[in-house]
Design a protein around this ligand. Structure first.
Ligand SMILES: NC(=O)c1ccc[n+]([C@@H]2O[C@H](COP(=O)([O-])OP(=O)(O)OC[C@H]3O[C@@H](n4cnc5c(N)ncnc54)[C@H](O)[C@@H]3O)[C@@H](O)[C@H]2O)c1
Length: 264
């Protein structure tokens, strides 16, 4: 480990896999980690956007490559690890930022269909579980590693439903169950694998601005101490920090990146 301070925040010679790396937040994480000198694998179901990101960041001289991954498929997870092993000699960092959901996602609580609930829990929470099981066992055989799982403010606190009034939006109940599950599962990982030099932490973003209904955005802003929604790149810095040696004594932590939403 370097004893020069700014170097501790860099990821030179490390390889990072970002699931959901082609998405709104994922692509900013890919860029941040690659600029911090990691080899980064954009691991996503979406080949079109993944390849597009690979091209644009490679043109900027960054070391990124796309690998099609389905987090719900054990073989696909294993293939992603194997291809990183072949290409870069291993995986040091695994960030679960994928966001699988069914086409009926977003229904009000009383309208949530049981089959749909099961499917969403299976794809999202269980998909994160499968990725963690495979990568933690892999890291155990290497000399350790870092796992970051994406939670949400809504895995920690209840939604403020009046911000959705008059819009088509709501905060789906399965999301609270899934994110709450991912958060405490990550604490389990942290203690289970601590003796193998594996750190596991959670990032909980607040709402990220993505062109939502302006009535919702206005109320969200008013309810946030910093007075606005997040920009996607504001989630990437805390991820980079937790991946780096500057965070070498942090494990089992849940880092809120929410403009203060959960503070008052
Ligand atoms: N956007 C927000 O406001 C917000 C707030 C809090 C937490 N989060 C969390 O942040 C994470 C990223 O969210 P986002 O807004 O960037 O989502 P997004 O929908 O923009 O991106 C998600 C990515 O996951 C990929 N994906 C979906 N299913 C997959 C699968 N089975 N295997 C592999 N990849 C798959 C998609 O192709 C997409 O590229 C999620 O865990 C989400 O719950 C988001």
């Amino acid at each position: 480990m370097s004893d020069i301070w700014p170097d501790k925040f860099l990821l030179g010679n490390k390889t990072a896999v970002i699931t959901g790396g082609a998405g709104l937040i994922g692509k900013e994480i890919v860029k941040a980690l690659a600029q911090a000198k990691a080899n980064v694998i954009i691991a996503d179901l979406d080949k079109k956007n993944g390849k597009k990101l690979e091209r644009s960041l490679s043109e900027d001289g960054l070391n990124v490559s796309f690998k099609k991954l389905d987090i719900t498929d054990e073989e696909s997870i294993q293939e992603t690890i194997d291809s990183a092993e072949k290409k870069y000699d291993g995986v040091d960092i695994w960030v679960n930022c994928a966001y699988p959901r069914t086409s009926d996602w977003g229904k009000r609580f009383e309208e949530v269909n049981y089959e749909s609930l099961k499917k969403n829990v299976d794809m999202h929470m269980n998909g994160y579980f499968l990725c963690c099981q495979k990568i933690a066992e892999y890291m155990k055989e290497k000399d350790g590693g870092v796992i970051i799982n994406f939670g949400s403010t809504y895995g920690v606190v209840g939604p403020k439903f009046d911000i959705y009034e008059g819009t088509e939006m709501t905060m789906p109940a399965p999301y609270a169950a899934i994110k709450g599950g991912i958060i405490n599962f990550t604490r389990y990982l942290a203690t289970y694998y601590a003796s193998h030099n594996i750190r596991a932490n959670v990032i909980c973003p607040g709402g990220v601005y993505d062109g939502q209904d302006e009535r919702f955005v206005k109320r969200y802003d008013e309810n946030t101490p910093l007075g606005r929604m997040a920009r996607p790149e504001e989630i990437a810095g805390p991820v980079l920090f937790l991946c780096s040696d500057a965070a070498s004594y942090i494990t089992g932590e849940v880092l809120m990146v929410d403009g203060g939403w959960t503070t008052w």
